[in-house]
Design a protein around this ligand. Structure first.
Ligand code: Q46
Ligand code: ZN
Ligand code: ZN
Length: 321
C-alpha cells in the first residue's frame, strides 16, 4: 500500500477517494479538505475569531486543531451535561487538549451554572434527553458567541453525521429541517453564524487524524445516544458505503448542489423574532424555549443564583503581620 502523493508506505486507505496516504499526506489531506469546505461554503473570513463547541470527542478536538493549524483564532467552549461516567471524563480530555496547546477553553457546567443535568431535565420535562440537550447546547453556545463577539460557532459534525441526519430528514420529508441542513447557517436575528468545517471528512478519517496528531480523546459515546435513530441511519449508510464507496458523499453533496434551495422558506413564513424577557436571547414569543425548559425543570439562569453569603473570619487564615 503506497501513498498516492509520495509513493512512501501508506498508513490509511480512503476508499471514497480510491487512494492511500502516508501520515504526512493524510494530515495534509484533512487540512485541505477543511480549507476547501470553508472556502466553498464561505464559512469563515481570514482572521475570524471562532468559538469551537468542544465535547472532548475526536471530531470536536480535530476541528479545533485544524482551525488553529489553518491560522484561525479559535477558542473552545465545553458544556458539562452532568452525565455520570461521561461528562467528567470528556471534560478532562477537553481541558488536557487545551492546556497542552496553550489554547483558551471556557467551561460551562449545567449542574453548577444552571441548576440541572440532562438526565433529570429530560425526565422532568418528558422530553427525550437529546432534545433537552440540543436545546441547551444551542442556547448556551449562541449566548457565549454573542458575549464573546465571535464571528462564528464551529461544530465537529462530519460527513457521516450530516449524511445520517439527511437520510432521517428525507425519510420523513421534514422540509423545515432540510432547509436548514447546510454546512453554514448565516448569522441573523441575534443568532451567530454556525459552521461545520468537517463536512468533507468521515468518522474514520477523524479518528485516524487524532491518532496521527497524538490527540487523546473520549472514545466512549454519550450513554444517552443508545437507541438514537441516527445510529440506525449511520449503520444503514455504512452498509451501502461498504458496497459502493462514495455514496455518502454523493448523497450529501448532491443534496447541497441540487435540492436544499427548494426547501428554503419564503421570507414571510419566517416568524418575527423579538427578545426573551428573561435572558435577552432571540425568541419567537415573550419567553425563549430555553427559559421555558428552565422553568419546567426548576433550573435557573446563572445570574439568578442567590448570592452565597461570605463568612469572613471562618476558615480564612489571619493575615500575618
Ligand atoms: S450529548 Fe446530548 Fe448527544 Fe448525549 S444527550 Fe444526546 S445530544 S447523545 S451528541
Ligand atoms: Zn505521502
Ligand atoms: Zn430566555
Amino acid at each position: 500500500m503506497k501513498c498516492r502523493v509520495c509513493r512512501g508506505p501508506a498508513v490509511i486507505d480512503v476508499r471514497r477517494h480510491n487512494a492511500n496516504f502516508c501520515a504526512e499526506h493524510f494530515l495534509r489531506l484533512c487540512r485541505d479538505q477543511v480549507a476547501r469546505a470553508i472556502g466553498d461554503h464561505e464559512m469563515l473570513d481570514p482572521g475570524d475569531r471562532v468559538l469551537v463547541a468542544v465535547s472532548g470527542g475526536k471530531d470536536s478536538l480535530a476541528v479545533w486543531d485544524i482551525l488553529v493549524e489553518l491560522g484561525y483564532r479559535a477558542d473552545g467552549l465545553y458544556l458539562g451535561l452532568g452525565i455520570d461516567g461521561y461528562s467528567p471524563e470528556s471534560e478532562a480530555f477537553a481541558r488536557a487538549f487545551a492546556d497542552e496547546r496553550g489554547l483558551s477553553l471556557e467551561v460551562v457546567d449545567l449542574p453548577t451554572d444552571y441548576g440541572y443535568d440532562i438526565r433529570n431535565a429530560a425526565r422532568t420535562a418528558k422530553r427525550v434527553p437529546c432534545s433537552a440537550c440540543g436545546l441547551s447546547k444551542r442556547h448556551i453556545f449562541d449566548e457565549a458567541a454573542r458575549r464573546g463577539a465571535y464571528g462564528a460557532v464551529a461544530t465537529g459534525h462530519n460527513l457521516d453525521d450530516e449524511a445520517a441526519v439527511l437520510l432521517g430528514n428525507v425519510l420523513r420529508w421534514q422540509g423545515e429541517y432540510l432547509a436548514r441542513q447546510r454546512p453554514v447557517l448565516p448569522a441573523g436575528d441575534g443568532f451567530p453564524r454556525k459552521v461545520k468545517p468537517l463536512v468533507r471528512l468521515g468518522e474514520r478519517e477523524m479518528a485516524a487524524y487524532c491518532v496521527l496528531r497524538g490527540i487523546d480523546y473520549m472514545v466512549e459515546e454519550c450513554p444517552m445516544a443508545a437507541g438514537n435513530k441516527h445510529i440506525g441511519y449511520k449503520e444503514a449508510l455504512n452498509s451501502i458505503e461498504e458496497r459502493s464507496p462514495g455514496t455518502k458523499q454523493a448523497f450529501y453533496f448532491g443534496f447541497l448542489d441540487r435540492a436544499v434551495d427548494r426547501f428554503a422558506p419564503d421570507d414571510d413564513e419566517r416568524p418575527a423574532i423579538g427578545r426573551c424577557v428573561r435572558c435577552g436571547a432571540p425568541a419567537g414569543g415573550e419567553v425563549c424555549a430555553f427559559c421555558h425548559l428552565l422553568e419546567r425543570i426548576g433550573g435557573h439562569l446563572p445570574s439568578d443564583v442567590p448570592d452565597v453569603p461570605v463568612h469572613l473570619g471562618r476558615g480564612v487564615p489571619e493575615a500575618s503581620s
